[in-house]
Design a protein around this ligand. Structure first.
Ligand SMILES: Cc1ncc(COP(=O)(O)O)c(C=O)c1O
Length: 302
């Protein structure tokens, strides 16, 4: 069993013993950026892409990360080693850079050094039913933060917008939320990207969403396999016509959606386990992961 381990600025301990000072800006203000990736057969998937996205998030909030790529990488390796995965056992890695400590003051220039926090644990196990049948989503009244106020491409340590939308969706009996923006365009779920099949075409909504790396992989797979694909704004009025729906994220991979609750409470239902395009994307994604493992076993990373 993978142990849950924390690493705070190089101090590795069981997760329940890991501590940050209360004056940390990540704790006080959500002033931090983070990434989550997982391994397949002990190989980190898309490490470089995640790292580049972390740098982009940091640039978007004007944070100068003091830890080098090598320091981060070495610390992640040490933390994974401390979690003691057995051969072939995979891990979930969350690494977060906070703007460190300073006087209790919003001014970001007052912090001297960024803090690195790493969490390693077992890869989350989603209910098998979510793949065999599908998860349920609800479109919320609560809107996604505007790109002009808190850009969703800042993968930062403040998820209140997502948490509030998720709890609204849960109150409406759904597993997760679909957030709209102020113009009624579909953005994303609480921690995954949402996709639809509309007019027999795979549609990745473009409006106020994080540029998900799983979504990028699916775009590449769809393009490489000549599947009908559009990346465009999706208005909430189109959702009633959706033929299929699924979500993508590093830990959920490609997960089919069984029901979508619209804002007026009406339900759109989809095929068990995903319609034809969803199932095609699920199997292309699984094949891609098998290829990734086969082509990288010679260069184990951890
Ligand atoms: C808000 C949000 N959207 C989308 C995603 C999916 O991104 P990825 O595929 O890179 O995991 C995440 C993942 O953390 C997320 O938090």
């Amino acid at each position: 069993m993978v142990k849950q381990v924390g690493n705070v600025d190089g101090v590795i301990d069981a997760l329940e013993n890991s501590r940050i000072p209360v004056a940390d800006r990540g704790f006080l203000y959500g002033d931090s950026v983070y990434e989550v990736f997982r391994t397949y057969h002990g190989l980190p998937f898309l490490f470089e892409e995640h790292y580049q996205r972390l740098l982009n998030s940091a640039a978007l909030i004007g944070m100068d990360i003091k830890q080098s790529r090598d320091q981060i990488l070495t610390s992640i390796r040490e933390t994974v080693a401390a979690s003691k995965p057995m051969l072939g056992e995979d891990v979930y890695v969350r690494y977060q850079i906070t703007r460190g400590e300073g006087p209790i003051d919003l001014n970001p220039d007052l912090s001297e050094s960024t803090r690195m926090v790493i969490i390693v644990k077992a890869v989350p196990k989603w209910q098998q039913q979510h793949y065999d049948v599908g998860m349920s989503l609800a479109v919320t009244q609560l809107r996604r933060n505007s790109v002009n106020s808190l850009d969703p491409n800042i993968k930062g340590g403040n998820y209140l917008n997502n948490i509030m939308a998720l709890s609204e969706a849960r109150k409406n009996g759904a597993d997760d939320c679909v957030m709209l923006d102020a113009e009624d365009l579909v953005t994303e779920c609480s921690n995954s990207n949402v996709w639809f099949v509309l007019n027999d075409t795979l549609v990745a909504p473009v409006a106020g969403n994080l540029d998900g790396l799983t979504r990028r992989s699916v775009v590449e797979l769809a393009t490489g396999n000549d599947l009908p694909l559009a990346q465009r704004p999706v208005h909430r009025d189109e959702l009633v016509y959706a033929q299929e729906c699924f979500v993508t994220s590093a830990t959920r991979e490609v997960m089919p959606v069984k029901t979508l609750r619209l804002v007026d409470g009406s339900m759109v239902e989809f095929e068990n386990g995903g319609g034809p395009l969803t199932r095609m994307v699920m199997s292309l994604y699984a094949e891609m992961l098998t290829d990734f493992v086969v082509h990288n076993t010679e260069s184990p990373w951890f």
